[in-house]
Design a protein around this ligand. Structure first.
Ligand code: NAD
Length: 489
């Protein structure tokens, strides 16, 4: 028997913050069907009408930024400044999607080619219908907004299932949208346990955009495949940082530390591995140690607790595995996990087959391994099942190194910067998933191409008829020979 409600907890104190509805499969399907009806009127508003609504929502989020940031803080445990930063990034994406949907998705005329010169050809982008968005807890507003904003701007309606660890954030998002919605069911929120997510993948949705672990992503893809429902999968990562001999080493240390430890290391695009070339390794290690000694977790600290208590076992397991395989602690040790917090852990010289190198740790830990040269750094960076993002620190060769990394996004002489640039796509390859949110690609993702070709006038070389003439056959063959026999295009 499933529960009617479930609690959300403060991860620091374990206190219950509030109870939320555990939405049943039937209620999920009902919400999707209502959203299907609403999507006709939502599409009827056109780009300009939807832009007005979405920018009004931006206004709501901005005016009430302290309120939502407090809920993010309460449910995740992250510092209020991090929670606020997250909300500002989400607002930026919402505004970008609202303002750019028309430009990106408007109908295009395409050349019809020499043989089809009597036809016009156009391609427009049609919304999918209802997009089911399933979100994680680590960035409970920024992450799902990458799917919600871009789906809505493209003309879809959305049913959103927030993480069971952050239902209050999802509930608040739904309530704030209702303040600006011209009618009901454009954006519905279904709070619930994982079964509610399962129900969304089994409902009549037209597309699912999932953000979460690779393990769950495979289940989501399998469930959607039974009905040929397309999916976007935004999963985990094991992001590397490459530090070249010509890097600004102090900057690399400062950024790598923040990328790996902020949000208690619970960042899909956060640094988990560093490959530093021998010649600057001593300097890099000394600098990152100096900086790491200045940060700590806690209520008044630089980062909060592990939001999901079960993650502590994974973090401990990776630290223990690294230690047992010969890793040396630059900072912290096997006793750094102090539930619900984890103190900063930096481990040197960890064998590449340790789980601390091969699997997503999702804690404030960092592995630093020395390499002989940049080729080795690139090879090891790519030698993982994940391919989400990466950072490169090099004054002269940043772009060249970036081009050789098998992942969706690279920051050169910075970390995570692409997430704050709304015009660029976000997403990974390999076990990090497929499909894209953000930017033009994020708008295109929630539409399908719709082609219309039209006869402008009839010509004697018509070939879509049984009345095709010998002259038409000869003409087509001759034209093709003229165009392509030299193999030049
Ligand atoms: P998770 O996979 O446990 O859960 C994600 C969501 O899926 C939750 O809402 C959950 O209720 C739901 N769910 C669980 N089982 C389901 C099922 N069988 N069918 C449908 N829905 C189901 O992930 P999490 O612990 O919430 O999030 C952390 C993970 O998310 C990390 O791996 C992190 O790297 C990843 N992440 C990726 C990105 C990205 O953009 N690539 C962003 C943030 C987080």
């Amino acid at each position: 028997m499933s529960l009617a409600t479930f609690p959300s907890h403060n991860p620091v104190t374990s206190e219950v913050i509030a109870e939320y509805r555990n939405t049943s499969p039937q209620e999920v399907q009902d919400a999707v069907l209502r959203a299907k009806t609403a999507c006709i009127a939502w599409q009827g508003l056109g780009y300009k009408g939807r832009k007005k609504v979405l920018l009004a929502w931006c206004g709501q989020l901005t005016k009430r930024i302290d309120e939502i940031s407090q809920i993010v803080r309460a449910e995740t445990g992250k510092p209020i400044s991090d929670a606020t930063l997250e909300v500002t990034l989400a607002i930026g994406h919402l505004a970008w999607a609202a303002k750019n949907a028309e430009k990106v998705l408007s109908k295009q005329n395409r050349p019809s080619g020499l043989l089809m010169f009597n036809m016009s050809a156009t391609v427009s982008r049609k919304p999918m219908g209802v997009v089911g968005v399933i979100g994680p807890w680590n960035y409970p507003i920024f992450t799902p907004m990458g799917s919600i904003a871009y789906s809505l701007a493209a003309g879809n309606t959305v049913v959103f299932k927030p993480s069971e660890y952050t239902p209050g954030v999802g509930h608040w998002l739904g309530e704030s949208f209702s303040q600006v919605a011209p009618f009901a069911d454009i954006f519905a929120v279904v709070t619930g346990l994982p079964e509610t997510g399962v129900a969304l993948t089994e409902s009549s949705v037209d597309k699912v955009s999932f953000t979460g672990s690779t393990r769950t992503a495979k289940k989501v893809a399998a469930s959607c495949a039974t009905r040929m429902v397309p999916v976007v999968l935004e999963c985990g990562g094991k992001d590397p940082v490459i530090v070249a001999g010509d890097a600004d080493v102090d900057l690399a240390a400062e950024y790598a530390l923040w990328s790996s430890m902020s949000n208690a290391g619970q960042t899909c695009i956060g640094a988990e591995r560093v490959y530093v070339v021998n010649e600057v390794a001593d300097k890099f290690e000394a600098k990152i140690k100096e900086l790491a000694l200045q940060i700590h977790p806690g209520a008044d600290g630089n980062y909060g607790p592990a939001t999901m208590p079960s993650q502590l076992k994974v973090i401990q397991g990776h630290i223990d595995d690294a230690a047992s395989k010969g890793g040396r602690f630059l900072i912290g040790g096997t006793d750094s996990v102090k539930a619900p917090f984890v103190e900063p852990v930096i481990i040197l010289g960890v064998p590449e087959n340790s789980t601390a190198v091969t699997e997503e740790t999702f804690g404030p830990t960092l592995v630093i391994n020395r390499v002989a040269d940049i080729s080795e750094a690139i090879r090891l960076s790519n030698a993982t099942s994940y391919g989400l993002a990466a950072s490169v620190f090099s004054k002269r060769n940043g772009r060249k190194i970036a081009e050789q990394l098998q992942c969706g996004m690279v920051s050169v002489n910075s970390v995570i910067a692409f997430a704050a640039i709304a015009s660029v796509p976000f997403g990974g390859v390999k076990d990090s998933g497929y499909g894209r949110i953000h930017g033009p690609e994020g708008l295109l993702e929630f539409t399908y191409a719709h082609t219309v070709v039209k006869t402008l006038f009839r010509i004697p070389i018509d070939f879509t008829t049984f009345g095709r003439t010998k002259f038409a056959d000869k003409f087509i063959k001759g034209a093709i020979k003229t165009l392509h026999s030299k193999g030049l295009g």
